[in-house]
Design a protein around this ligand. Structure first.
Ligand SMILES: CSC[C@H]1O[C@H](OP(=O)(O)O)[C@H](O)[C@@H]1O
Ligand SMILES: Nc1ncnc2[nH]cnc12
Length: 291
């Protein structure tokens, strides 16, 4: 296996990652367009770490205008093997309270305006997304959270809405009654694209609010999300530092198959593939296309 490289995508409230040594900034060109920001590449302990601010520095990109394909492509080009998303989320369960970290294991995609695949006309592929989170990566995050004494729970289902408006009361009750645990605006298509790029993915959902279903809590607004995020940001940085310090040198095999997700996924025979699309897929699908 290859060198393990830990990628971190910082969401709302997390626009940089203090503590990186040998730090350099790099704006990697992508055939998929502009990534949200320059990558910050450095080391934490022995581990190479690559950081990207999802909404850009200054939070200039709304969820629908993030170029998710470019973000994942530049992470792949930077060598990232394992990607952790730090994401502010609303909660549908009383026991999932603001300040808690939830290591989600499932996603529901309710977005409507986003391109959610690197593949398409000229090269069709269908990867498995049954288990979108890498269990071994999730277990390492859990160990780091335990070591740092951070409140967290394992597993949960995160629904991704298009936004940018928060949900209506009726939508909030619907998602709650469907059994979803959390809501955000960015996990999809990020998780789908990471799987296509054979990057192991995990989300740390940082609970910031109870959306608008809770009879005793006021409806979510940006001010309350930001207030919780200020407290969460420091905890998230401690989590990442511990995760990186204990990270293996070599990429681990992913029990969910993210390290070889493309092995049997591409259905278009080589002679029918579009050369222009093939060129764009050089990074995300390079392992199988060059075989
Ligand atoms: C500022 S509240 C809504 C905003 O926060 C979350 O962002 P991220 O997932 O990048 O932390 C949510 O998805 C919305 O984009
Ligand atoms: N209630 C909520 N809905 C959607 N995205 C969020 N991010 C943080 N809280 C949220």
């Amino acid at each position: 296996m290859s060198e393990a490289v830990l990628g971190i995508i910082g969401g709302s409230g997390i626009y940089d990652l203090p503590g990186l040594t040998e730090l350099r900034e790099e704006r990697i060109a992508s055939p998929w367009g502009e990534a949200s920001d320059a990558l910050r590449i450095g080391r934490m302990g022995q581990t190479k770490v690559v950081f990207l601010a999802r909404h850009g520095r200054g939070h200039v990109l709304p969820p629908s205008e993030i170029n998710y394909r470019a973000n994942i492509d530049v992470m792949k080009r930077a060598g990232v093997t394992d990607l952790v998303s730090l994401s502010a989320c609303g909660s549908y369960k009383s026991e999932l309270y603001p300040g808690l970290f939830v290591l989600v294991d499932q996603f529901v995609d309710r977005t409507a305006k986003r391109v959610s695949s690197f593949f398409g006309k000229g090269c069709v592929a269908h990867v498995s997304l049954a288990h979108p989170v890498g269990p071994a990566l999730q277990a390492r995050i859990a160990e780091a959270a335990t070591a740092e004494d951070l409140p967290f729970v394992r597993n949960g289902t995160l629904v991704t809405m298009e936004g940018p408006q928060f949900s209506t009361y009726a939508e909030s009750l619907t998602y709650k009654s469907l059994g979803y645990d959390l809501i955000g605006m960015t996990a999809m298509p990020e998780a789908k694209l990471a799987r296509e790029a054979e990057i192991t993915y995990a989300t740390v959902a940082m609970v910031t609010d109870f959306d608008c279903w809770h009879p005793e809590q006021h409806s979510v607004d940006v001010a309350s999300v930001v207030a919780v995020l200020h407290e969460n940001a420091e905890k998230a940085r401690r989590l990442v530092a511990r995760l990186a310090a204990d990270f293996p040198a070599e990429r681990e095999l992913c029990p969910a198959g993210s390290h070889n997700a493309l092995d049997n996924a591409i259905i278009t025979p080589a002679e029918f593939r579009d050369p222009a699309l093939m060129a764009k897929l050089d990074a995300v699908a390079g392992r199988v296309l060059s075989a």
